[in-house]
Ligand binder design. Structure first.
Ligand code: XUL
Ligand code: CO
Length: 441
């Protein structure tokens, strides 16, 4: 088979002093950090849609990149097969072990769902062959239930029971392919599960229907041997004005309300967290506190733009704090870092595709090293422990901690104290200085 990225090398680690634009400066797959090789901490994945599909089209103009990969035309099965060859060559050259897909990233969608499903089977066979040759693995699969016009009012939240059946059919098929390709994750991103106006919307009914679709997915998935994690990927808005899975806290509450929390975790995306008015670190922490930390869509937004720009991660503070949360949450089990990231529109060459991943992988590798250094340094952990020490050092504190205190007895403590001492400095500036010192030496 002809090389698609001819002239582009297998990307190697050359160290932080290298000026080779096609080499890793920080990502050294086998380097052990906190007892585990980098690649096991990071579990990088390639998103089919942004990498082998997206051409840079936006609301104001068509794509700038040509991603034919040797095929004669886009939207053909020849092109779908070429994307498989390109995707596996790309993963091989970048040393990426996982990939993620939506059903219709794999094949051009036909007018009739039966024909689409046949096409998916054909491409899944091709992917399976490539996986057997290369050892690459599927991180997660999903169904695109937001692009086709039938989903204008949502999928699980659609006002139309017929459309709901199409959503069921797509979830069923995507789960089958996920199982066939050995995937350990299945994502629900509710792109159009929300509303534009309450004047025409029955919010309670829509949420019940979404939960019912998820329940059916769990039952079906488990019945065909899916033993991985289901994920909700929260996002507050875009494309809808208001999306039900607003953020980690909202999604966790939804999953608990409907009894889905045993089977579901969260897939936290950086740019979605910032759209919700949170930091990436915040949503990772909430997922962990809820016992639902699962997987990550790695990217970054642009706070000056305020929409989902899906840029490759570049900000080392962000990757450091993200890796800090991920390590503290116990690291990935079935999840990983999926680059839901795309090149900027003027970066339209095959070489730019490589450089996007080099940037993202290096940013997270450096973030991992720095997060490990913060943990090993110990100052942050020690201060957090000290900050709450009155819950360990006093009788009333211990009683509050172990849940045996009563309101009356705590009131008596306050009355005995008269005027309370201030609760101690938060020392934020000192801690931020310590982080800078660890990051920059
Ligand atoms: C959209 C987004 C999706 C999901 C999968 O903002 O993040 O690509 O990751 O549907
Ligand atoms: Co995403």
């Amino acid at each position: 088979m002809a090389e698609i990225f001819a002239g582009l090398p297998k990307v190697e680690y050359k160290g932080s002093l290298s000026k080779d634009a096609l080499a890793f400066k920080y990502y050294d797959a086998g380097k052990v950090v906190l007892g585990k090789p980098m690649k096991e901490h990071l579990r990088f994945a390639m998103a089919w849609w942004h990498n082998v599909c997206a051409t840079g089209a936006d609301m104001f103009g068509p794509g700038t990149a040509t991603k034919l990969f040797g095929a004669a035309a886009v939207g053909t099965m020849e092109h779908a097969h070429a994307k498989v060859d390109a995707g596996f060559e790309f993963m091989d050259k970048l040393g990426i072990e996982y990939f993620c897909f939506h059903d219709v990233d794999l094949v051009p969608e036909a007018a009739d769902i039966n024909e689409t499903n046949k096409r998916i089977d054909e491409i899944a066979d091709h992917i399976l062959e490539k996986q057997a040759e290369s050892g690459k693995k599927l991180l997660w699969g999903t169904a695109n239930m937001f692009s086709n016009p039938r989903y204008m009012n949502g999928a699980g939240s659609s006002n139309s029971a017929d459309v709901y059946c199409f959503a069921a059919a797509q979830v069923k098929k995507a789960l089958e392919v996920t199982v066939k390709l050995g995937g350990k994750g299945y994502v629900f991103w509710g792109g159009r599960e929300g509303y534009e106006t309450l004047l025409n919307t029955d919010v309670g009914f829509e949420q019940e229907n979404i939960a019912a679709l998820m329940k059916m997915a769990v039952e079906y998935g488990r019945s065909i041997g899916f033993d991985g994690d289901f994920y909700i990927e929260p996002k507050p808005k875009e494309p809808m004005k208001h999306q039900y899975d607003f953020d980690a806290a909202t999604a966790a509450g939804f999953l608990k309300k409907y009894g889905l929390d045993k089977d579901f975790k969260l897939n936290i995306e950086a740019n979605h967290a910032t759209l919700a008015g949170h930091s990436f670190q915040h949503d990772l922490r909430i997922a962990a506190v809820e016992g639902m930390f699962g997987s990550v869509d790695a990217n970054q937004g642009d706070l000056l733009l305020g929409w989902d720009t899906d840029e490759f991660p570049f900000d080392i503070y962000e990757t450091t704090f993200a890796m800090y949360e991920i390590i503290k949450a116990g690291g990935f089990t079935n999840g990983g870092l999926n680059f839901d990231s795309k090149n900027r529109r003027p970066s339209y060459t095959y070489e730019d595709m490589f450089k996007g991943f080099i940037l993202g992988m290096d940013s997270f590798a450096l973030g991992l090293v720095k997060a490990a250094a913060i943990i090993e340094d110990g100052r942050i952990d020690a201060f957090v422990k000290e900050r709450y020490s009155s819950y360990d050092n006093t009788d009333h504190g211990r009683k509050i901690r172990n849940g045996t205190a009563t309101l009356a007895e705590l009131a008596a403590v306050a009355e005995g104290l008269g005027a309370p001492a201030l609760p101690g400095s938060g020392r934020q500036e000192e801690l931020q200085s310590a982080v800078n010192q660890i990051l920059f030496g």
